[in-house]
Design a protein around this ligand. Sequence first.
Ligand code: SF4
Ligand code: FES
Length: 383
Amino acid sequence: MTDRTDTAAVNGATGAPLWLLAELTYRCPLQCAYCSNPLDFAAVQEELTTAEWIEVLRQARAMGAVQMGFSGGEPLVRHDLEELVAEARRLGFYTNLITSGLGLDEARIEALREAGLDHIQISLQAADPDVAAAVAGSPKAHAKKLTMARAVKAAGYPMVLNVVLHRHNIDRIDEIIALCDELGADAVELANCQMYGWAHLNREGLLPSRAQLEAAEATTARWRERLAERGRDMRLLFVVPDYYGERPKACMGGWGSIFMTVAPDGAVLPCHSARMLPMTFPNVRDRGLREIWYDSEPFNRYRGDAWMQEPCRSCDERHKDVGGCRCQAYLLTGDAAATDPVCSLSPNHHLIEAARREADTATRAIEALTLRNVHESRVFCRQ
Ligand code: SF4
Ligand code: FES
């Protein structure tokens, strides 16, 4: 292993990872059509054991990581979740659980609270149970989620809800916010679907039109005013889809900059989507996290700006947005080093404009979405 100090000199400004996302499993009782897990999730069989995860947590904390998220798939399908939370807390992490709420009950909430879990975020699909069922592939999940959201709040946690918006639920954002208000939510992330994983596969059926998006933003703004008039403290965060920007986001704060994901089988990634890139990512079963972060080729490949192509290479904004998202660049152009086509300066921006035009006229019914499923995933495994 290369000495840490030498490596820092080689990598210039590479700092420690601050965020660790532990994707405990790709297993999930739901089948959301916008799942960000890889299309070939079924190829990942051997999940890290409890002992291996604890070693990951220890190494990440020793490197300086302070925040961590437990996600999946559905992290609650892991029966050792409470044990992992307790260890993370003992090590001094601030811990978040990102969950559908399925697999939760009062006893488990209490066990997680005793383990020291700091924060729980529950996802909702819609206000309308039929839309929720159609997009998640489960007729029963919606009611269960509402019950668990209330139980989480009753246990003393703030109620933080995440609703993924897309063309089949965004027109009913008024009802969605009203439902969150009625539930007593403290914060709601109205996150427009970003086009990775299964969402990219279903893009034509998910991307809202600009008119839908603008109407939803206006409704959210009216709700903020009404909530303020009532003195109701419910934060509404509206996240615009990348496809309607003119400049890309600085994805993950920059590749290998502050964020590290460990996948269910121990693969270490700079973001949760990178697994589909044509690169081989290192695994905690073979190498230590410190060596992976500072010295592995995949983590170093898109650090700094030497890898950039034009127009990013000579652009004044290159340190602000780091050329956008590598995964989005790859999904749209086949070249992970290309300028993110979201940028209006990209020679490939026409791809984004074409997707927006398509969204203006798309008629695909919600029933035509491909739900995440093992059968289809096995097909992608073979590709
Ligand atoms: Fe950012 Fe590259 Fe666009 Fe410049 S050309 S704004 S660096 S994505
Ligand atoms: Fe992978 Fe943006 S999601 S770099």
